[in-house]
Ligand binder design. Structure first.
Ligand code: DGP
Length: 224
């Protein structure tokens, strides 16, 4: 029996990611699918509480330490992702390991190395498709700008976007460097909500209808 797909939605702050994730969930459920919606960071776990306090600048942590906590927060839910997929429940995830690398590698000084940032997430369940909602920092500003959290600054978002671009280039096409087999799809999120949601649907429709025969892959498995 085919298993359900693992779908990740990634994007910059103000890209409409959370809205689009919720629209996709509704559409999947209306089509009769079971969906488990996850959001990273998951601020409800004990590790997530530390992350939440850091993001709201209520606590300070060493850059390496907080990076490892974000990754641990994903590992906490890794077995749940796998068991859902096996029992034919689609896993839809708002942010994942790619945010982990992009946000940590973009900050500094001193900068954290890209490879160092990637290492703790090697071996996590690999998404079957990653939809990257791309938006320029200018467009994000037009949408009312950023909130008060730690990374919500225009210059930071510009650097984050560059790291996402690198991740996309290395990941695109399946089996890209690093042994990643996720399909990386860039979606212009500067357009209106309806257009973006229709495009997202178009990009996942077949995957969702057919399911997958192969087991869940591992992220960057050739680095493990
Ligand atoms: P959100 O709840 O989606 O608004 O994300 C909170 C903020 O945390 C957002 O600015 C992106 C950032 N973020 C998400 N995941 C990670 C991660 O794994 N590592 C780092 N450094 N930042 C992350």
């Amino acid at each position: 029996m085919p298993r359900a797909p693992f779908i990740v939605i990634e994007g910059l702050d103000r890209s409409g990611k959370t809205t689009q994730t919720s629209l996709l969930r509704s559409r999947l459920e209306q089509s009769g699918h079971h969906v488990a919606l996850l959001k990273f960071p998951d601020r409800t776990t004990p590790i997530g509480t530390l992350i939440d306090s850091y993001l709201r600048s209520q606590s300070d942590l060493d850059d390496h330490a907080i990076h490892l906590l974000f990754s641990a927060n994903r590992w906490e839910l890794a077995s749940r992702i796998e068991s859902n997929l096996k029992s034919n429940t689609i896993v839809l995830c708002d942010r994942y390991a790619f945010s982990g690398i992009a946000f940590s590698a973009a900050k500094g000084p001193p900068p954290l190395g890209y490879e160092w940032c990637r290492a703790p997430d090697v071996g996590l369940p690999c998404p079957d498709v990653t939809l990257f909602l791309d938006i320029t920092p200018e467009k994000a500003r037009e949408r009312g700008g950023y909130g008060e959290e730690r990374y919500e600054k225009e210059e930071m978002q510009r650097r984050v976007r560059e790291v996402f671009r690198r991740l996309g280039e290395e990941t695109g096409g399946g089996g890209g460097s690093g042994g990643t087999t996720t399909r990386w799809e860039v979606i212009d999120a500067g357009r209106d909500q309806e257009t973006v949601s229709m495009e997202i649907w178009r990009r996942v429709e077949n995957l969702v209808a057919n399911g997958l025969e192969e087991d869940v892959d591992r992220l960057w498995k050739d680095r493990s």
